[in-house]
Design a protein around this ligand. Structure first.
Ligand code: LLP
Length: 463
């Protein structure tokens, strides 16, 4: 294996081409604890470890690409959220970020609830033993079958997203002699400062019922009249990967205003509000996420203040973090296949995965970090683009990052903060086999989602 330096690409002191990066970090071997899960470290000879296991051993045993999930970190984050919000609030982990039976068991053990948004997620949750009353069922177009399953299972709440659904859920519940606990999802008209595709509270998009123009008040009016429904509260989710609490503040204020209007009109104080998920995490050292206790404090202060002003009892608050719990707990391990220096531009480092295991860079222009993981290196920083093996020039995993200039085929590189929306959005593009998720804890590694096989692919192909 060649370890020679690649001369192409800018170095210290050069004028750098356009990109999303700042200067190269002082020490490329250092693992910034902001972006790496808690038990990640480097051994004295430079190999990255997680849960005490070297990535070189993990790659041998489980292959690459693979996601390695730090179970201790996942559990610690669950506890941090539960402790921060305390007994008078509920934390629902958003399963869309990443869901598997093992994850459901961890959530159950750590006292969290679960938000699901499809029949598939519901089946996974129930199969792994999550009590139905701890499940919230979401979605802007739930099928009749999905609603029937959710009602029959006895889920703790269904979040209603349209006028049609109010009637549908009421009918299904009533025909089974049930009264289904529901919330109404409203759009509060907030422009969250995040990528357009993951902002959800402005009015011109598909989710929820607008507060503006009295739509949400009308939805409440209708829901309160139906025997099959027990309206327990109002729900608002403003978007994802948000750092600024201002959007949550506006959202909470507007939701409380609706509660006050409902009280004035119907004499009913709805007992709950859900402020959704969307809290940002650090993908690179430039990101500064907030800790759960700061978020809990900020949200409960806003709600308490607004309720006092409106003369309302403070409702029970719930939140739905997905990314903030699982995102930082995993990294993707890849093997480098080719290294292509483009003079004066950057060096393309191709790995054995790509947009099929991480679509976020292509889809949202997401930024990631990367580290040489199988060894340390003292070579110069080299501006690199980590790309996959798919047939698209947009198949980029890490758009702009510095790797040591001696990175070479056979090296392992790790991309941190891939726990959320990577395996759950993975695809079989180019008949790629979706990578496994391996949970690592206290020196032990076990597969929780196995690698797909060619037989898996062919089994679906029945033509
Ligand atoms: N609650 C609701 C109603 C949601 O729609 C979502 C995310 C969450 C909670 C959890 O949001 P989180 O805390 O994970 O940001 N695929 C995109 C993110 C889509 C989020 C969809 N809804 C991405 O990779 O950035």
């Amino acid at each position: 294996m060649s370890r020679s330096a690649h001369p192409a690409g800018p170095r210290h002191g050069d004028v750098l081409p356009e990109g999303h990066y700042t200067a190269p970090p002082a020490d490329l071997n250092r693992l910034d604890e902001k972006v790496w899960s808690r038990t990640v470290a480097r051994t004295a000879d430079g190999v990255v470890t997680v849960g005490g296991i070297e990535v070189t051993r993990l790659a041998e045993e489980f292959g690459t690409p693979a996601y390695f999930l730090d179970e201790a970190d996942f559990r610690a984050r669950c506890r941090a959220w539960a402790d921060a919000f305390g007994p008078d609030a509920d934390v629902f982990y958003a399963g869309k970020a990443f869901l598997s039976r093992a994850v459901v068991r961890w959530l159950k053990e750590e006292g969290l609830n679960l938000d699901v948004c499809s029949g598939g997620e519901l089946v996974c949750a129930l199969d792994a033993g999550m009590p139905a009353e701890r499940i919230a069922f979401h979605g802007n177009n739930k099928s009749t079958e999905e609603i029937e399953r959710a009602v029959e299972a006895g889920v703790g709440r269904i979040v209603l997203d349209s006028f049609q659904e109010i009637v549908r859920v009421a009918h299904i519940a009533q025909s089974r002699g049930r009264r289904q606990r529901v919330q109404i999802r409203v759009t509060v008209g907030v422009e969250a400062h995040t990528h357009e595709f993951i902002a959800t509270a402005h009015e011109d998009q598909k989710f929820g019922i607008a507060l503006a123009g009295g739509q949400a008040a009308e939805a409440v009016r209708r829901a309160l009249k139906l025997d099959g429904l027990e309206l327990i509260g109002i729900h608002s989710h403003i978007g994802s990967q948000i750092f600024d609490m201002a959007g949550f503040e506006v959202s909470a204020r507007r939701v409380v205003q609706l509660l006050a209007a409902v009280r004035d009109e119907h004499g009913v104080e709805l007992p709950e509000i859900d402020l959704g998920g969307g809290l940002g995490i650090a993908y690179t050292s430039d990101d500064d996420p907030r800790e759960p206790h700061e978020i809990a404090k900020a949200l409960s202060e806003i709600v308490t203040r607004e309720c006092e002003a409106a003369g309302l009892r403070t409702p029970r608050i719930s939140v739905e973090p997905g990314r903030a719990i699982v995102g930082p707990t995993a990294f993707t391990l890849y093997e480098v296949g080719t290294v292509k220096p483009l003079e004066g531009l950057r060096t393309y480092v191709s790995v054995d995965g790509g947009m099929s295991d991480n679509i976020r860079t292509a889809l949202y222009d997401a930024e990631y970090s990367v580290a040489l993981a199988s060894r340390a290196s003292d070579a110069e920083p080299m501006l690199s683009r980590v790309v996959g093996k798919h047939c698209e020039s947009g198949d980029i995993v890490v758009r702009d990052a510095f790797l040591p200039a001696d990175v070479a085929p056979g090296d392992l590189v790790a991309v941190p903060a891939t726990g959320a929306y990577c395996r759950s959005m993975a695809s079989n593009y180019n008949h790629a086999l979706r990578p496994p998720v391996v949970a690592v804890r206290d020196g032990e590694a076990r597969v929780i989602v196995r690698r797909e096989t060619e037989e898996d692919l062919l089994r679906l192909d029945v033509g």
